[in-house]
Design a protein around this ligand. Sequence first.
Ligand code: FAD
Ligand code: SF4
Length: 508
Amino acid sequence: MTRLVLVLGDQLSDGMAALKAADPDRDVVIMAEVAEEAGHVPHHPKKIAFLFAAMRKFAARLQDAGWRVDYTRLDDPDNSGSIPAELLRRSAHHKASGVIATEPGDWRLRAALEDMPLKLHMLRDDRFIATATEFEAWAKDRKQLRMEYFYREMRRKTGLLMEGDQPAGGQWNYDHDNRKPAPDAITFDGPLRFEPDAITSEVLDLVEARFSNHFGQLRPFWFGTDRDQALQHLEHWIAGGLPGFGDYQDAMLADQPFMYHALIGLYLNAGLLDPLEVCQRAEAAWKAGQAPLNAVEGFIRQIIGWREYVRGIWYREGPDYMTRNALGHTNDLPDLYWGAPTDMRCMERAVTQTAENAYAHHIQRLMVTGNFALLAGIDPAQVQDWYLAVYADAYEWVEAPNVVGMSLFADGGIIASKPYVSSGNYIDKMSDYCGSCAYRVKDKTGPRACPFNLLYWHFLIRHRERFRSNPRMGQMYATWDRMAEDRRATVLAEADAFLARMQAAKRI
Ligand code: FAD
Ligand code: SF4
């Protein structure tokens, strides 16, 4: 009997587990653009367009390869609006014996699939380098799950940048070379931009009609939407961007949204690029003398280290991870995250660039919008919904550990050994934002004091009991304790006033 083979929008890889387990002569592939997935958070229009166009092209690719594909477009009159409902509808039509699926990267959808009154064969997503079993074996008896040690295991497993059993160049990690402040000029001309083809143009019209109320600009639309374009994009970046990736990984410039970053998260996470092939390509560039070791090691660490590690944490911690709020933060996400005017130049740049590109690079996400949300005590659930909605590469399995764990410390320290908080000083050192900001980064108090300066101390004092014995934070508390008492009182009172203005939805 016919079985249905579910392929989700972020499962656009030829070798998906469900496809490998199916039989093109007997089974039918089911793909569907559904309102529930596009709208359960208000996804950026560029992200929706990217996924729908890539899905349509992948469906055509499967048909060319001999598969029968039942594809539901968003505006099909019979579209039932959710993945489980589409499977039920198609199952009745084909009198199917069951569904073969690859597990989704989202616990909500997984539960909905498991609740369907259909026989479900759910397969592990084997596009990751570490299996869940391997991650569990590594994690189970450790007190602390530090990424660095997991990363070394992945280097050994893949053989990437290994010379026998030793790391290439004698060191596992060249991060100390990768913290240079922003350069005056960027030599890379940025990501490859693609003209929308006929399929993409049709999708753009659809998304414009249906989702123009979502935050973010649909046009100009220039993402690649199939594997060939994703590979071209990768080659362009390897040649021009990779050599500078290491040195300036943490730097930010007001008019340079991409710096030397690869912008490959959206292609990797949708399945158009494979993590190992991308790393092998970067390693080959190093071997050919086209990129230095610190850049290539830093890049490979992001993928076989951080990307694999956060996936392992998400899987291991389960659905409850998304609800954690270890620091008890309850403030509402200010409207500036959705584009309301702000006087904070760094926040304005990060949010404006996010609206334009459905993209901000890691340090903007971590040390600007994430740092602010943590310092200002914003409810982690609201912050998660924002990150999940606005970035083209955002899916729960990768967004949640980065937001709940790395950025907000809401998991109580599973991912981060200390909170990623900083005053304005860090942002000033790593960017050119502060010079043209309405606030003054050097002011610690007073009407123009940088909010990051005020909130930094407010955060530390709010959570003194929790962090006072953290060996990496003792120095900060010692600095606070040395400050004159009246100055400390002023800092806290001004921070309180700032937070009250923020909660009253006044311009900040
Ligand atoms: P590059 O800087 O060029 O890095 C190359 C690749 O390394 C990335 O494409 C990504 O696949 C991987 N990588 C790097 N850092 C991480 C990380 N911390 N976790 C997982 N993979 C990593 N990444 C997502 O893919 N989706 C998200 O929804 C997401 N949300 C984030 C939210 C916050 C608060 C933070 C701090 C980080 C988040 N990240 C997320 C991680 C990282 O910021 C993005 O992967 C990266 O900015 C994507 O841009 P890029 O492709 O230019 O990456
Ligand atoms: Fe951001 Fe403060 Fe610098 Fe302004 S002064 S750009 S708010 S860090």
